[in-house]
Design a protein around this ligand. Structure first.
Ligand code: AR6
Length: 169
């Protein structure tokens, strides 16, 4: 049984086995959570991402998939990078967002991670409405078989925390 925890805070400070990064396909950094993880984790993470691009992922990481690297100087041991879909009013991309959670948990299981912290993937720069992003996040994690004992959603502000609290019922 996976326990779901909701906390307000900065995911780069999470004391967990793996933190999930809301990355982009290039894996070469950006703003939001991605920028914070690379800043705080140091250059080892970017070096590992460049190595992935040079080897297994020459075209980048497709939306909805996930891949792990070192966490550099973060308290966590690994960063699991996933690429959320950009929100689109006229197209339902919910399954791609759900896939980010499923694939991140699959990678966490491969690593043997028991505690995993997620941000609200796609709900920042990628424009996904927070309530809907929270609902998809919580329902997907609950429906995904995994050996991860604790999934911790680390929410950056009150609005995100409130949305996840409602979604978690
Ligand atoms: N800890 C926890 N949550 C955070 C933090 C943090 N340190 N910083 C921001 N958030 P975003 P996306 C929240 O934009 O929408 C990057 O440029 C934020 O308030 O980080 O998936 C990537 O390279 C929001 O609620 O991710 C991509 O190009 C949530 O995390 C693009 O942004 C996600 O916001 C990905 O956009």
């Amino acid at each position: 049984m996976t326990e779901i925890a909701l906390v307000r805070g900065d995911i780069t400070e999470a004391d967990v086995d793996a933190v999930v990064n809301a990355a982009n396909s290039s894996l070469l950094g950006g703003g939001g959570v991605d920028g914070a993880i690379h800043r705080r984790g140091g250059p080892e993470i970017l070096a590992a991402c460049r190595e992935l691009r040079a080897t297994s992922l020459p075209d980048g990481l497709p939306t909805g998939q996930a891949v792990a690297t070192t966490a550099g100087h973060l308290p966590a041991r690994w960063v699991i990078h996933t690429v959320g879909p950009v929100y689109a009013k006229r197209e339902d991309r919910s399954d791609l967002l759900a896939s980010c959670y499923r694939e991140s948990l699959r990678v966490a299981d491969e690593l043997g991670a028991r505690t995993v912290a997620f941000p609200a993937i796609s709900a920042g720069i990628y424009g996904w409405p927070m309530d809907d992003a929270a609902r998809i996040a919580v329902t997907t994690v609950r429906a995904t078989p995994t050996d991860v004992a604790e999934v911790r959603f680390v929410l950056f502000d009150d609005a995100a925390h409130q949305a996840f609290t409602v979604a978690a019922g």
